[in-house]
Write a protein of this length. Structure first.
Length: 224
């Protein structure tokens, strides 16, 4: 299996390996030279320190500040590929990178707070727009119910229909699907049927008439 090329690659082995040059082992990390494992000392990388993956800013700064660095990979058996575990970098470069990250930690925290506030404002506007779309399609739907449907389906990262491309575009089909799902769970015995062991498709078929009746009633403009 191939692993990243274009730079030095150090392997975190899954099996016990010994250095082909000095015979030390088992090796926690090794580099392949002519298809034979070499320990980091024999490969002239023993002075480098491991920076685990996870902190993007620290990794970038340490890599840029290190005159010699290597990618650490480990083979994932199920995915059948090598995956990055971190970097080996010069200790002084890592220390400088850590100092730089500490120096601008406040600025990055303020940026994260601004981004969170921006996303929250966007979500509030989108939820309101989705609720308005529900009202346009189903004017008989109680306003509080329309807001509840919109709030539920538009949760960021939820994978629900409101966060799909069609949902974000307030497509009629997506809005209707969100309302139908709400009615299925809130106004029919569907959840109880599932808990009783009824297969999902059969449970849906049993409550389909009730759902359509509720939706048809909500499509009607309420009388003043």
């Amino acid at each position: 299996m191939a692993y990243p090329t274009g730079h030095l690659v150090v392997i975190e082995p899954l099996r016990r390996r010994h250095c082909a040059e000095c015979r030390r082992g088992p090796l926690p990390l090794h580099i392949l030279e002519f298809n034979a494992p070499r320990c980091l000392d024999c490969a002239d990388l023993g002075h480098l320190v491991l920076l685990p993956r996870g902190d993007t800013a620290l990794t970038r700064r340490a890599r840029e500040g290190s005159s010699l660095w290597a990618v650490v990979v480990r083979f994932h058996r199920r995915r059948k590929r090598y995956e990055r575990q971190g970097l080996l970098v010069e200790e002084q470069a890592l220390a400088r990178a850590e100092s730089a990250c500490l120096a601008d930690a406040d600025a990055r925290e303020r940026r994260r707070a601004r981004d969170a506030a921006r996303r929250a404002a966007e979500d509030t506007r989108f939820t309101a727009a989705f609720a308005a779309a529900v009202h346009d399609l189903f004017p008989g739907c109680p306003p509080e119910r329309a807001r509840t449907v919109a709030a539920h389906t538009s949760v960021r990262g939820s994978g629900r229909v409101g966060r799909s491309a069609a949902g974000r575009a307030l497509d009629e089909g997506a809005v209707t699907a969100a309302v139908r799902a709400s009615v299925r769970h809130e106004d029919t015995p569907y959840d109880g049927l599932l808990m009783a062991g009824v297969p999902r498709q059969e449970a849906r078929a049993r409550v389909a008439g009730t759902i359509e009746a509720v939706l048809e009633g909500w499509r009607a403009v309420p009388q003043a």
